[in-house]
Design a protein. Structure first.
Length: 545
């Protein structure tokens, strides 16, 4: 029937371990799109139906909402980026473990890995025409550390400890001091949080009340953009639009303008795609994605991911502060039913806090299966022989989240637990999640930029920002701290396995699945490139026949 299903494979290359071991690596890079896609055509517009609006656009302290981060990825650039690699199946991906220059013409490690020297491309400009030089890089990192938000924590994690560690050598050269050579530096720098900002634009908005200009950057990008697109307009709740950046350092984006229409209802997004009113529909219901496999006018791309989707249980509040309650819910959850009936096969089981595809993953400690009788017995041991009444929060704008809520309610009822479903729209859900206000909820998915188990475990089992379940175990905390920048692979493997065993035994989460990333487009849309590290789509590469 002419229907295309593209399955992308992830590739892991251990180049970073050589860096961490103190070897000197020099990387010269070219514009990443030089050989990808068709020549730039007419002034075309790509229309994308998305499920929700953007939120806070400050690159160094952004909201974790997916379309916020995707916008930042399309309108900003940073020094280091992922290398494009062609897979055996012909699909190109941004390799999560191989790096090239972005704004950097070249970069190299010296002094046994204690210094990273970055040379900027010549003639770089911001979107208003201002020059982008080493002083702008220094301003960006000074602001980053002064703000002391998420990106500062990430950068310190990679042992670039403070703004004094970032030094201007000349107009095009910046040197980063690294206190301990490690595997995280390049991966941590290859994302929107390290977007280089224009001091001439940002400084006027830095006030005593708002020294980092965070309030201005939350909703403004103009004059700062360095990516292939500008944020041309933003009509909150309706749509946001990208337009080609005339000062972009690489070849122009293939498509001149991208209109992202906010369509909360997934069935409406599906109808718009099938009718041709939009070119791409995001966050479709899995059953709808299956339906599209039979539509000759649509291409369905399917990419395996390291995304972890789980049921969160707030371990600081009753009854979830009791491990036996968490275990009981884990034994009551209908795992296979959710993958079969909700995800309709577009997922693989999640059997550990370290996902499949990440080094050190093992499923040997995962013993849970759907067993209402065992769940009831554990509830009785926990002091709830007559069952429990729980409120479960799901995402109203995600069909899979709504479906999971229904199946969880039904399955837990068989184990003596009465569940009331509380639906929240995406923005409200994300805000409550970040404030750690949710007690029992479906987390649609966490993806770690670094394909590293201790980086991943730090954010989800230890970090005050992102351990959304407030789960804490002293042994786990100690093992993460000892191994997060270690290059001792044998010790890391043993420590990761110990963490996986403890977190699984104590039911830190209910481990659900690793979803495939599915993108449904009209047949005439090409140039889709998957980035497994950050799972953000770059509209830059896309073409429209």
């Amino acid at each position: 029937m002419g229907v295309t299903v593209v399955v992308g494979a992830m590739r892991s290359v251990g180049v970073r371990l050589a860096i961490a071991a103190g070897l000197v690596l020099v990387v010269f890079s070219v514009a990443p799109c030089a050989s990808v896609g068709a020549p730039v055509g007419a002034n075309q517009t790509l229309v994308v139906a998305v499920s929700r609006d953007m939120q806070n656009l400050d690159p160094t302290n952004a909201s974790s909402d997916s379309f916020t981060l995707e916008t930042l990825t399309n309108v900003y650039s940073w020094l280091i980026d992922y290398k494009l690699v062609k897979q055996p199946n012909g699909q190109t991906i941004g390799s999560p473990n191989e790096f090239v220059g972005g704004l950097a013409e070249s970069f190299r490690f010296t002094d046994g890995g204690h210094k990273l020297v970055v040379t900027l491309r010549p003639g770089l400009k911001f979107s208003n025409g201002d020059p982008l030089d080493a002083a702008a890089v220094k301003f960006t990192y000074d602001r980053l550390y002064d703000q002391n938000a998420t990106t500062a924590a990430l950068t310190r994690m990679a042992k670039v400890m403070d703004k004094d560690s970032v030094k201007v050598i000349d107009a095009r050269t910046v040197e980063f001091d690294i206190s301990d050579p490690n595997t995280l530096v390049l991966g941590n720098m290859s994302q929107y949080g390290h977007a280089i900002l224009n001091p001439r634009v940002v400084r006027p908005h830095m006030t005593a009340a708002d020294p980092s200009a965070h309030e201005w950057l939350k909703s403004n990008t103009k004059g700062n953009e360095t990516g292939p697109y500008l944020l041309e307009s933003w009509d909150p709740g309706v749509q946001f639009t990208f337009a080609r950046n005339p000062y972009y350092w690489g070849p122009p984006a293939k498509i001149a303008r991208v209109v992202l229409r906010i369509v909360p209802d997934p069935s409406t997004r599906l109808a718009l795609l099938k009718s041709g009113d939009v070119d791409i529909a995001r966050d479709l219901a899995p059953l709808d994605e299956v339906e599209l496999l039979h539509d000759a006018n649509v291409t369905v791309y399917r990419f395996p991911t390291r995304i972890t989707s789980f049921l969160g249980m707030n371990a600081k509040i009753a009854p979830f502060n009791n491990p036996k309650v968490r275990q009981a819910i884990s034994w009551a959850t209908p795992y296979n039913t959710i993958i079969r009936n909700v995800m309709v096969g577009f997922a693989q089981p999640l059997t550990s806090p370290v996902p499949a595809g990440m080094p050190t993953h093992t499923d040997q400690y995962f013993t849970y299966k759907t067993d209402p009788a065992k769940a009831k017995a554990l509830l009785a041991e926990a002091g709830y022989p007559n069952g429990l009444s729980l409120t479960f929060t799901s995402r109203a704008d995600l069909a899979e989240s709504k479906g999971i809520a229904v199946w969880v309610k039904s399955a837990l009822a068989k184990a003596g637990m009465t569940v009331t479903i509380n639906e929240m729209q995406g923005a409200a859900f994300t805000a409550a999640l970040q404030r750690h206000e949710l007690a029992f909820f479906h987390h649609p998915g966490w993806n770690s930029i670094n394909n590293d188990p201790f980086y991943h475990l730090y954010w989800l089992l230890q970090s005050t920002c992102c351990d959304y379940t407030n789960y804490s175990n002293a042994t786990i905390n100690d093992l993460i701290n000892k191994n997060i920048i270690s290059t001792d692979l044998k010790a890391r493997d043993a420590a990761s396995r110990q963490i996986q065993q403890i977190a699984t035994d104590e039911a830190a989460w209910v481990f659900l699945y690793q979803p495939d990333l599915v993108l449904a487009t009209r047949k005439n849309i090409g140039g889709v490139i998957f980035y497994p590290a950050d799972v953000r789509f770059r509209y830059y590469f896309m073409t429209k026949q």
